[in-house]
Write a protein that binds this ligand. Structure first.
Ligand SMILES: Cc1ncc(COP(=O)(O)O)c(C=O)c1O
Length: 452
């Protein structure tokens, strides 16, 4: 296996394990489309070659051309209410026959209704909304708005953070691999170490209060800082800062009049057991970006939600997107939110979380390959290590587990090379969850036997 690969956001699709995977999905039709995909798309990191060719999806499943079904525990974080959720599909179909597109300069009922609905879900005066066609674009709007509100252009972010792949988002983000070789980027970004030490939200804060103090240090030393941007809970390798950390960050931002921008693009709408992850921390951000699951796995739509007092940029184009008020996106989003509320999804997720915690901790007892399990709601990470003392990453073993699970009908993503990230649709039944975790356990057992 080539070790020049950067293992950050996702699993590596050029590794030897990936090459071996293609023997499993070798039918001629699949091969044809994989080859054609590789022929006609511009290749880019982590996209080409693809894992498989999909034909359909339903509930927690994606299905390939040969009829193989995978439980999707990744879903790019769009599948909170499951694939092709019938209620959402119905609402979108109805809208399709009425007003599928709304030109900018006009508004429409679904857009206004969604804006009002979102404003009602956020606390305090977080009730001003702008929509965008994707999360990255919502981040771009938030960065612009922070400049307008504070008159300061500098931003602090976390090392290794991801906020999208556009030039402004990679400039603000912390993952070096996205910036590498890209030339000059947006100036004025300072990065501080991320609070990766897991002690649990309500537990001992460990050392992460120190991480919050870096923020104040840079604000004071650097000057001209307008905003601090971070994921409330890091999605990819599942890092949960303590409540002490976020309370301290909030206090520092308030004291220095630095806007707190929370990126909840992958984790809002029930993933953590609350509608928004910041609710776990009793803090109120100044701007929040959401996306992905907002479109219910059907329409691309994201949103920035900001304080009422920030409605001062009437002469600035913050977004100016063609799909600024997409009626289809807005109908899908409103239906997704209604579905979550009407089916008590948050309560279900919290019950599932207890089951996940117990099952994964039992797994950890059995296999020394598991260095750590951590999570909240239906967002869990299993960190595989060669040695619990040194925490050396078990990279080959993680890839082995991934492909073994794929073989057995479970799809997920590896983060940082050794964190199996499990984020199933929130509508998953307990039986399906049990089945999926059994697949994971069997694969880890096999990987452990091989390592010995
Ligand atoms: C934390 C975070 N922010 C921003 C984005 C960008 O969202 P999008 O791909 O919809 O532009 C992502 C996407 O993976 C993300 O995980």
């Amino acid at each position: 296996m080539k070790d020049s690969f950067h293992r950050t956001e996702g699993d590596i699709n050029l590794s030897d394990s990936r090459k071996a995977w293609y023997a499993v999905i070798s039918d001629s039709s699949t091969q044809h489309y994989l080859d054609a995909d590789a022929r006609y798309f511009l290749h880019q990191s982590m996209s080409t070659p693809c894992l498989d060719v999909l034909e359909s999806c339903d509930g927690i499943y994606i299905k390939d051309l040969a009829g193989k079904r995978y439980m999707d525990f990744h879903g790019n974080n769009v599948h909170q209410v499951g694939y092709r959720n019938p209620y959402v599909i119905d609402e979108v179909k109805k809208q399709m026959d009425i007003l599928p597109f709304s030109p900018r300069r006009y508004t429409n009922k679904p857009a206004v209704e969604l804006a009002e609905k979102l404003a009602g879900l956020f606390p305090g005066d977080l009730n001003r909304v702008l929509f965008a066609p994707g999360g990255t674009s919502a981040i771009g709007m938030a960065l612009k708005l922070a400049r307008v509100v504070t008159g300061r252009h500098k931003v602090i972010s976390l090392w290794d953070s991801f906020h999208g792949a556009s030039l402004d988002a990679i400039a603000a983000g912390g993952e070096q691999v996205f910036r590498k070789g890209m030339g000059p980027l947006m100036p004025g970004v300072e990065r501080i170490p991320p609070p990766t030490t897991y002690r649990g939200i309500f537990g001992d804060d460990g050392n992460d209060i120190k991480y919050a103090e870096y923020l104040e240090y840079i604000i004071e030393k650097e000057g001209e800082i307008g905003a601090f941007i971070a994921e409330t809970v890091r999605n990819t390798d599942v890092q949960l800062p303590s409540k002490v950390y976020w309370k301290k960050v909030r206090e520092i931002c308030t004291r220095h009049e630095v806007l707190l921008i929370l990126d909840e693009i992958p984790i809002a709408f029930g993933r953590t057991g609350k509608m928004f992850a910041f609710e776990h921390y009793d803090i109120e951000p100044d701007i929040v970006c959401v996306g992905k699951g907002l479109g219910a796995g059907i329409m691309p739509i994201a949103a920035m939600i900001a304080r009422d007092a920030y409605n001062i940029a009437a002469d600035v184009s913050l977004g100016h997107y063609t799909h600024e008020k997409s009626p289809l996106g807005c109908v899908a989003a409103k239906a997704m939110l209604e579905y979550i509320e009407e089916h008590n999804i948050l309560q279900k997720v919290n019950e599932d979380a207890v089951f996940m915690e117990t099952t994964l901790n039992n797994m950890k007892e059995k296999f020394s390959l598991i260095g750590d399990v951590r999570g909240i709601g239906l967002l869990w990470g299993i960190e595989l290590v060669k040695d619990r003392g040194t925490k050396a990453k078990a990279i080959e073993e993680s890839e082995f587990v991934l492909y073994e699970c794929l073989r057995n009908g479970l799809s997920f993503k590896i983060s940082q090379g050794n964190v199996l990230q499990l984020s199933p649709p929130l509508i998953i039944t307990r039986e399906q969850l049990q089945h999926a975790l059994q697949i994971v356990e069997n694969a880890i057992a096999k990987a452990s036997a091989i390592v010995k």
